[in-house]
Design a protein around this ligand. Structure first.
Ligand code: RB5
Length: 156
């Protein structure tokens, strides 16, 4: 499995540790940077990882900034991306099972490295459950993305 990883200045150290951790487990990890602790605009890394995922140059993506918020917001603007920022392994796992997330994000200023490793482990081990309930809801998210409308909301 090929993973893309990206971060801003706040996430450099955690990114290096997570990258090494994943490589030690046999994953191929493509690092889009940054590798500098100079102030860095997180949308750049969020966008690069997101494009690699939608273009199928990577199977999934991992994003790290101070909180995980900005970088996941940027990634979610790329069509086809379902990025989830989380601070706990349960949310990470469920985001895969129910929401079929293709990017996981977390904050290097929010969680410690061991929690980050657990998040990544749970997320990578989980598989989308599928089924009509989840398919319909994910289709609604795509409808909003495509049309800026949601028919089901007008019918409520
Ligand atoms: C950088 O100071 C910080 O804003 C960034 O790492 C991230 O937390 C944004 O969401």
């Amino acid at each position: 499995m090929k993973l893309a990883i990206g971060n801003d200045h706040a996430g450099v150290e955690m990114k290096k540790e997570i990258k090494e951790y994943l490589e030690s487990k046999g994953y191929e990890v493509i690092d889009v940077g940054t590798n500098s602790t100079e102030s860095f605009h997180y949308p750049i890394s969020g966008y690069k990882v997101a494009k690699m995922v939608v273009n199928k140059e990577a199977d999934a993506g991992i994003l790290i900034c101070g909180t995980g918020v900005g970088i996941s917001l940027a990634a979610n603007k790329v069509k086809g991306i379902r990025a989830c920022v989380c601070s706990d392994p349960y949310t990470a796992k469920l985001s895969r099972l129910h929401n079929n997330t293709n990017i996981i994000a977390f904050g290097a200023r929010v969680i410690g490295i061991e929690t980050a490793k657990m998040i990544v482990d749970e997320w990578l081990a989980a598989e989308y459950e599928g089924g009509e309930r989840h398919r319909l809801r994910l289709a609604m998210i795509s409808e909003i993305e495509e049309t800026q409308h949601l028919k089901a909301a007008e019918e409520e």
